[in-house]
Design a protein. Structure first.
Lengths: 307, 542
């Protein structure tokens, strides 16, 4: 187990390094630069800007400086677009926001999704099952970019219950719509996976044996059926966790939450290289980390994987 | 006395009248309207602002905030006329190369320090300093302040800039070329003062709400990036007694439909009308949907560079394409937001200049179409040899609608085949800037309210002339106009050349199309540059 863990962690470091190097060069390939604008800057002003941000240096030097500053000063550099702020600032401000509503969405999606799936499986082919399945499909089919405006229309304009956007330090009223919008489609998937896996388990031989022995149904489900039927769900939850934390651009766009998603997309469009790289690293590290944890958890559960 | 000076004096009188002390809490001192209890103005911005540093800010939403936080030598009134700001007035020498501004003695920074001429010298020197590397340093260059260009190029020391404080309240500006509209240019954020001690103490962190010291009617009290920023009344501001709005909140809302929903829910006092919805909203909300002219144009430019397509080198082809665009349909059916049809490059709303009527503007669309067909046939294009070219615009629904409409008009009327393509903004700028196009979309908003801000784009040396139109007469006229007393007639001749040569196809002139809560008083719809000051607004009791 220890060797396996060390091997996996050892592989994570070069993965992140490669990610940074590849992103660094890919960004440069995109046409236009951070200072391309409708009014082309006079060459002198462009030269001053490039000198200030070190863009006049050869690429290898820029990359070296970038790593050097991160490793020795924990400095991700200045933003080329938001000149009053640096990348550390932008990440420190946006990441906790994304993390908060992402984590809450993850909790909501997994708890409600699993509960819905189990209910549907236990009451197979009853109205509860049909309701759960149709809710699940509807939630999955409704794209985020439709969800967002509809929620605002209902809860802000028609009902007047919730503010139409903003973050306000994460007050609960401001969290509800982002969390609903972000969690529903995952909730749908989780419900479906739980339901089918549970149905499979309930038809397994050992459950039949348990029933034949006369064990009460309640005990069969809670003691014997739930654990094995959640295994495929858990393997799905790992990537979902990363997705809700990273794939939340639309939440920032529709609900003005000020998370990292909008900063990420904006930096790609404005060629704000340093912000783009900084956020890529954050997302990259997060992905690698979650995968690592999932893999290690697997290995813990299933010795076959360790070898 | 120049026309500018006259307008200025008139405006000065007007503002003295306005500056009568607030009579009683609850009613507006001049209009007598009952004022609302809560004097908060909340508006939507599309994107997070780039900066609130006057020397650096380069986007409209940032400039709007900076205009409230800082005050320059001169301000604009509701109609764009010059009114005093920190300066109470100015004098110029005969050839308009030296401007001397007199500063008011009661102007203060938000920390209580007096605003002095030295603060302006510091800010302007900072704006041209290569060490700051301001993307807006070019603005300093076009003000013609002595040595600005050399300092930016690193050929002279920042201290050699042609501006000095004769004493704390007198600022002298030396220009390298006569510029009749220099005072107008001081209303722009790049020329606002900066508090030197604050910058020295906090470096790049000086604009953070906890550090910033500013001299405008408001101070920055909260900034939550990509969410909102709040500016609150500055008690130290010299004219604070006449400020009515207490707090101004800018909410970042990227999606225009969400912004509109939030407006309807009462969360916003102002937002943009979603495209195409103005006619409906004007009926449903007659007191709230407003449209007024803006100082911006929308056009398509032919690639006239040497490597550009052969077909566009023939002026008849260019004219035919321009004639066949039915601008009325684009303005009334596609945009439908109060925009005006364009037959000149300079928007008709520009100050002190009326673009002359072009031959095209006097014709009916049927006459234009007939002439277009004849011209194209004359140039050798027809069913046997159809005209075909690429047309490119930056990705956007409304640009797409217009491009599709234009290509359909050309196809139906002239049998012309167009290949439409769209590009992401930065790619588009790169391709257009390198003349990798045949026909490309263009748009321009005036930097100041004077025709040269547009017509300069059509000169050979202009860095923004992506179509590479080059005409010796235009270049010559524009050079003369810089010093001429009657620049208007020269601009008229330039428009005449453009109307004969057709280097571009003007489509329409912009309109500001807003949903504005009817309780917002004094929104400057007459200011075509939309330089608005929160201190001049007020909220009426409902």
């Amino acid at each position: 187990m220890l060797t396996y863990s060390i091997r996996r962690i050892g592989a994570a470091v070069p993965t992140i390094f490669l990610l940074v190097v590849a992103s660094f060069f890919l960004i440069q390939v995109a046409p236009g630069g951070p200072f391309t604008s409708e009014r082309p800057l006079p060459p002198q002003i462009l030269a001053n800007l490039e000198a200030r941000y070190g863009l006049d240096q050869p690429l290898w030097k820029q990359l070296w400086d970038y790593f050097y500053n991160i490793i020795f000063h924990w400095d991700f550099g200045p933003s080329f677009k938001f000149k009053d702020r640096d990348v550390n600032d932008i990440i420190a401000q946006g990441f906790p926001i994304s993390l908060t509503y992402g984590f809450l969405s993850f909790l909501a999606a997994s708890t409600v999704g699993i509960a819905l799936g189990i209910a549907a499986a236990i009451r197979h082919n009853t109205w509860i099952d049909y309701l759960a399945v149709s809710l699940g499909i509807a939630a999955q089919a409704l794209p985020n970019f439709i969800m967002g405006p509809i929620l605002i229309l209902c809860f802000t304009l028609y009902l007047g219950w919730l503010p139409g956007g903003g973050w306000n330090g994460g007050q609960w009223q401001y969290l509800i719509m982002p969390v609903i919008a972000l969690s529903t489609s995952y909730m749908g998937s989780i419900a479906r996976i739980t339901r089918s896996s549970m149905l499979e388990v309930l038809n397994a031989n050992y459950i039949r044996t348990a029933r034949a022995k006369g064990i009460p149904e309640r005990q069969i489900i809670w003691r014997h059926a739930i654990k094995p039927s959640l295994l495929p769900v858990i393997s799905y939850l790992g990537p979902v966790f990363v997705y809700v934390l990273t794939g939340s651009v639309f939440v920032d766009l529709y609900f003005s939450t000020g998370g990292l998603g909008v900063a990420y997309v904006g930096s790609a469009l404005t060629r704000d290289y340093s912000v783009l790289l900084g956020v890529t690293i954050i997302y990259g590290v997060l992905t690698v980390l979650v995968n690592l944890i999932t893999d290690l958890a697997y290995a813990w559960f299933d010795p076959k994987i360790r070898f | 006395m120049s026309a500018f000076y006259k307008t200025f004096s008139a405006a000065l009188l007007g503002s003295t009248f306005l500056a009568a002390p607030l009579m009683a809490a609850g009613t507006h001192p001049t209009t007598g309207e009952a004022l609302a209890e809560d004097q908060t103005f909340t508006y939507r911005v599309l994107d997070e602002h780039s900066s609130v540093d006057p020397g650096i800010v380069e986007d409209v939403s940032g400039a709007e905030i900076v205009r409230d936080l800082f005050e320059g030598l001169m301000n604009q009134d509701e109609n764009g006329n010059l009114v005093p700001g920190v300066a109470t007035g100015f004098t110029t020498n005969d050839d308009k190369t030296v401007y001397t501004f007199t500063l008011r003695d009661n102007a203060k920074w938000s920390n209580g320090d007096p605003v002095t001429a030295g603060d302006f010298v510091y800010a302007w020197t900072r704006a041209v300093d290569p060490a700051l590397a301001s993307p807006y340093a070019w603005y300093m260059e076009i003000t013609s302040i002595m040595n600005a260009g050399e300092i930016i190029a690193g050929e002279a020391e920042p201290a050699t800039l042609g501006v000095r404080a004769l004493d704390d309240l007198t600022l002298e500006v030396m220009l390298s070329a006569p510029l009749p509209y220099f005072a107008q240019m001081t209303t722009h954020s790049t020329l606002f003062p900066v508090h030197a001690a604050t910058v020295a103490e906090h470096g790049t962190e000086w604009t953070k709400p906890e550090n910033i010291v500013s001299n405008g009617a408001y101070v920055l009290t909260e900034h939550l990036p990509n969410e909102r920023s709040v500016r609150s009344r500055n008690a130290m501001y010299w004219d604070d007694a006449n400020t009515i709005i207490d707090e101004v909140v800018a909410l970042v809302i990227n999606d225009e439909n969400v912004a509109f929903t939030r407006y309807l829910a009462g969360e916003l006092d102002r937002t943009e009308v979603p495209s195409g919805q103005f006619p409906r909203l004007a009926k449903e909300y007659p007191n709230e949907a407003i449209s007024f002219p803006r100082l911006c144009n929308y056009y398509y430019t032919f690639n006239l560079s040497e490597d550009g397509p052969e077909m566009f080198k023939d002026a008849r082809v260019r004219e035919a394409l321009s004639l066949a665009v039915d601008r009325k349909i684009i303005v009334e059916n596609v945009l439908a937001g109060g925009q005006t049809e364009a037959y000149s490059f300079t928007p008709v709303s520009v100050a002190d200049f009326a673009p002359p009527a072009s031959p095209m503007s006097g014709m009916s669309q049927a006459e234009r179409d007939a002439k277009a067909k004849a011209l194209l046939a004359e140039a050798g294009y027809g069913p046997g040899k159809p005209l075909e070219f690429d047309m490119v615009y930056n990705t956007s629904e409304s640009h797409k609608k217009i491009a599709v409409a234009m290509s359909q008009m050309w196809k139906q009327k002239l049998g012309v085949q167009t290949n439409l393509s769209n590009m992401e903004w930065k790619v588009f700028l790169e391709e257009r800037g390198n003349q990798n196009f045949e026909l490309a979309r263009g748009a321009w908003c005036g930097d100041y309210n004077e025709a040269s801000t547009f017509l300069d784009l059509m000169t050979t040396p202009s860095g923004y002339n992506d179509g590479k139109f080059s005409n010796a007469m235009v270049d010559d006229l524009m050079t003369q106009a810089r010093t001429a007393d009657d620049a208007g007639s020269l601009y008229g001749k330039v428009e005449g050349v453009l109307a004969a040569e057709h280097p571009i196809i003007p489509i329409y002139h912009y309109a500001g199309v807003y949903m504005m809560d009817s309780d917002v008083g004094n929104w400057p719809v007459g200011n075509v540059e939309q330089n608005w000051y929160s201190k001049n607004l007020y909220k009426i009791a409902e």
